[in-house]
Design a protein around this ligand. Sequence first.
Ligand code: COA
Length: 268
Amino acid sequence: MTGPSAEPLGPFVRTVPLTLTGRGEPLRASLALAAASLDWLDANRETFLHPDEAALVTDRLHARRRHGLLAGRFAAKQALARLHPEIDPRALAIRPGVLEQPVLSGEGLRNLGVSLSHAGPVALAVAFPEGCPMGIDLEWVRADAVPALASQMTEAERRMAARLDGSEVEGLMRLWCLKEALSKALRCGLTVPMELLAVAGIAPDPLGLSVTFAHFAQYQGISLLAGELASALVLPRTVTLTVEAADRATWHDALAVAAAEWREAGNR
Ligand SMILES: CC(C)(COP(=O)(O)OP(=O)(O)OC[C@H]1O[C@@H](n2cnc3c(N)ncnc32)[C@H](O)[C@@H]1OP(=O)(O)O)[C@@H](O)C(=O)NCCC(=O)NCCS
């Protein structure tokens, strides 16, 4: 275990299989949480980056952006490896689309998409069938974020956050993550009025909390928080997401371990 003042080298990786049932055959998706230092990612980038991705990581990038870009691609390749262990990660490219959304391509892949989020050295990614669009988000919970977060919530959302277990900032951050994950599933990002992404209802769920959205009834969200990391996954409401109990624990523990071991680097 690394002491609190040193940055652990990594990599730390946990993956979680997701089963989706709706119409027809069950669909498979996969989630990965990864954390690694910028030094480790830079030293090992040739083992997981496609040449087109390597071209995005120029020396002109700020270290924080470089770290996020590498950690996000690394996490996404881990999620993809869970679905397609036979494919070399370097043969898969995640390029920015015209809306800056991640666009996945590669030989041997059919109709798969990815969504990813980076929070300093920690990244969370989901690989999913394109027929079942998803969005993901990961954030550090910081007490000083309360005024900014509260200002982006509707009155009803602020009341909802206040009723949740945990601190005020945890409740608000859970809702923020859910809204950002919805914006990624929709591909609009946070370019729309935040009220459009409002959470309508919230209920306990074996995974954490499950929510519905006020203006996008066709989507559902899952919120999971551990340590100082909040995560959210948004997916269509027409499918049922099944995560085995052991895998739910893996997701929770991955957040807790990453939060404990990478907090200092993440909050720098
Ligand atoms: C999407 C957005 C909410 C992500 O916020 P963020 O603070 O960068 O946070 P995260 O780390 O959680 O997510 C970053 C990832 O979101 C993904 N993303 C970016 N834009 C996206 C979009 N429109 N739809 C879906 N995913 C998107 C990318 O994969 C990005 O990581 P990458 O650039 O390393 O590939 C934010 O970037 C946004 O609002 N973007 C839209 C702005 C826009 O339209 N820009 C176009 C040029 S003006």
